[in-house]
Design a protein around this ligand. Sequence first.
Ligand code: NI
Length: 254
Amino acid sequence: MIIDSHSHLDDKRFDEDRDQVIEKIQQANIDLVINIGANLSSSKASVELAKQYDFIYAAVGVHPHDASSYSEKVEKEIISLATHKKVVAIGEVGLDFHYDFSPRDIQLQVFIKQIKLANQLGMPLIIHDREAHQPVLEALRKYKDEKTIGVFHSYSGSSEMISDVLDLGFYLSFNGISTFKNAKKVHNAILHTPLDKLLIETDSPYLTPAPFRGKRNDSSNVIYVAKAIAKIKGITIEQVYEKTTENTLTLFGM
Ligand code: NI
């Protein structure tokens, strides 16, 4: 099986041809796609896609960019969406101190609220961490309960930080950045991530892998991510598919 564990097929860049793109993804033998919410409307759209297509599952949550949009009303709607049987995680949530689209104190408050939500609902977390490694780790250590696990999507920390992530019981996910020649830090992180803790994703429409950099990304390109990881780890692509599938199904209880 081949799984894209992180995609945004609800993105407006697919508005013109979404159905054709999804058909292309199925024809490329991608078995499962998890579509990730970034705010209330994209969380709703993710659930709609999951209802429409058997092979699409959803995550619901509010991205740090949209933290300012979080309210009690939004939280109630996220909880209600999360009860749908094809919603497998709370995400993506976390901190983004690179763009700072929402004030940092608000980002942190909203992140903590959603960690508590995952605890309460017994669901895993999909973490967005950009230039906020220590505060993300601290919030998780402090607020997640013993059972709550999750994944650092588009992992961008050092290879030293991997032990902190593993101590939390979390997984690490890699995307098209793994195919970039100059992405030494990510290559090194892949090398140091145990195979039983590794997930693959596209983060489409963003982060298009080589050789298609510059074009719109979609879930069918997850095969280039698997290829790059196989090369870095010195294993076969089949081993990458086998382990990442097992990890994804375990993490999300699918
Ligand atoms: Ni994303």
